[in-house]
Design a protein around this ligand. Sequence first.
Ligand code: NAP
Length: 279
Amino acid sequence: MEASGSDGRQSITFPLLRGQKALVTGANSGIGKATAIGLGQVGADVVVNYVAGKDAAEEVVREIEDLGVHAYAHEADVSKEDQVVDMVARMVEEFGTIDVMVANAGLQRDAPISDMTLDQWHKVLDVNLSGQFLCAREAAKEFLRRGVVPEVSRSAGKIICMSSVHQIIPWSGHVNYAASKGGVEMLMATLAQELGPHRIRVNAVAPGAIRTPINRSAWDTPEAEAALLRLIPYQRVGDPVDIANAVAVLASDLLDYVVGTTVYVDGGMTLFPGFATGG
Ligand code: NAP
């Protein structure tokens, strides 16, 4: 199964989120796919959002339903307000409510600053940052309307923003992407402060280098992987399931007192590995 690590290790399976309803954006590929399956494995019903890859999304739905929970796929561009509003409204209709929003969808449009077009800048900011704002807003409205249901969870809802180590590590040639993830950090922290009194928990997960299509060129040859490993003290490239596991636990009441935090899941990439032998 895709949601297990390259070492064959399975994700956690006990029902941490039994009876909860989760929506994962960008859930037909990579980290979002593993996360949607991982949330199903711990008992949640899951909406699998995608924008282009319908067949892949339907395959994820089948994999989740095989776990004995409910799932359906929903096409929506997270950067379009009406589509996000409709997506969450349909979820409330079909599943009754939403308990967990994982704002994961993201993309890159890389270029050196002198070549970067305004379209490339806007596209990345629209999807990676405005998309997370829209998803967080629509989820928060439902959390505020419903409040805490103690038999389901100690909190009224959880928002998990998929950030990146590049919310803190500058990344030349990717100014749009790094700026979007820096923005995600402040979006997350500000919403956590604003929504905390309503028992809504907002946090972020910041992956390091994870084997997915978004960064294939960084790991798909031995030379590329060796160069990448120089940036990772733990000396392995991450798997999508590493992120899925963090999201599942962060969304659960096990971490009910974790509010406004970024969980780095990066094999130590943010530990300034260049200083291990110099500085
Ligand atoms: P991926 O495999 O390329 O998946 C990206 C997903 O985002 C796809 O499901 C794609 O859907 C979806 N998407 C793109 N634009 C969208 C839009 N406008 N509306 C809705 N969905 C949209 O990449 P990934 O590595 O899993 O990335 C997932 C998240 O993790 C991103 O936020 C990324 O920045 C973050 N991240 C990844 C890494 C890494 O090393 N992989 C590291 C740090 C952070 P379609 O296939 O339908 O287009």
